[in-house]
Design a protein around this ligand. Structure first.
Ligand code: XBP
Ligand code: MG
Length: 262
């Protein structure tokens, strides 16, 4: 697929829409996975998800759906798994919300610096996630201050989880922006598909779980945010925007308005 030239539509960067899990925070392996396992344990179930198994289950977005798919794989009937998944996920949400409140989940290196730089440049901040509202709000408040984000769209408002584009569409609606005025920042293929289906340019910042995924349609693929850590590796730069060893406002500006050609 061909891509249009950089800023072909002449639109300027007005907002960044960020994913949470795996992007703002490295929350899956030592966060959500641990909370799911605690919920299993408290319910008296023998099931535990190890790091590798959890990586496979991450293909399924949304914690309740993830539990359901797992229970189905274990041979549980629909009648049994629906209420069990609901109950386990409700408890997992309480556990993870508390972990977030206690500061057990940390931002990815460089995220604070990027958000500060964006704010300083007058770029509006928004969140689009398939996570559940209670923990998303607690986590954003603890790490960044919830008020910094003009809108936060969670699975409570967008129940059709990524790769469905609804979380991004709702975020744009609330920002009253066209897709060409915003750029998405994601970590996974499901997130990329959601952002692109909503018409946004999308930067991928990979993590250990997502590094091997297919990011062919991404507008930029980086190994990390880069600042204050070592300069980030550029894994793909199809528009030739040339980030300076980190994801910065200037690079995001250059990506504004890039679209896949019809
Ligand atoms: C993240 C998810 C979430 C979390 C768990 O996907 O799929 O389900 O793993 O959160 P993305 P909940 O980063 O693409 O938004 O248990 O609250 O669903
Ligand atoms: Mg993610």
């Amino acid at each position: 697929m061909q891509t249009s030239s950089i800023s072909a539509r002449g639109e300027s960067l007005r907002a960044i829409v960020l994913d949470v899990d795996g992007t703002l925070v490295d929350s899956e392996r030592d966060g959500h996975r641990v909370a799911f396992n605690r919920a299993f344990e408290e319910a008296g179930l023998p099931d535990r998800w190890d790091v590798e198994r959890y990586g496979e289950l991450l293909e399924v977005t949304g914690g309740e759906r993830r539990i359901k798919v797992y229970l189905e794989q274990q041979g549980s009937s629909a009648e049994e798994r629906e209420p069990l998944a609901r109950r386990l996920h409700a408890r997992k949400t309480e556990i993870f919300t508390e972990m977030a409140r206690q500061g057990e989940i940390e931002p990815r290196p460089g995220v604070h610096e990027l958000l500060d730089e964006l704010e300083g440049a007058g770029v509006r901040l928004a969140v689009a996630t398939t996570g559940s509202a209670p923990w998303v709000h607690a986590l954003l408040e603890r790490l960044f201050g919830l008020d910094r984000f003009e809108t936060v769209v969670t699975s409570d408002e967008a129940p059709e989880r990524k790769p469905d584009p609804s979380a991004y569409r709702i975020a744009l609606e609330r920002l009253t922006l066209t897709p060409g005025a915003a750029v998405a920042v994601e970590d996974s293929r499901n997130g990329l598909r959601a952002a692109k289906a909503a018409g946004l340019a999308c930067v991928i910042v990979v993590n250990d779980y997502t590094r091997g995924q297919n990011f062919d349609e991404a507008d930029l693929v980086l190994d990390g945010f880069g600042d204050p850590g070592p300069p980030t590796l550029v894994l793909a730069d199809p528009h030739g925007v040339g980030p300076p060893g980190r994801l910065d406002v200037e690079t995001l500006r250059r990506l504004t308005g890039t679209r896949s050609a019809e």
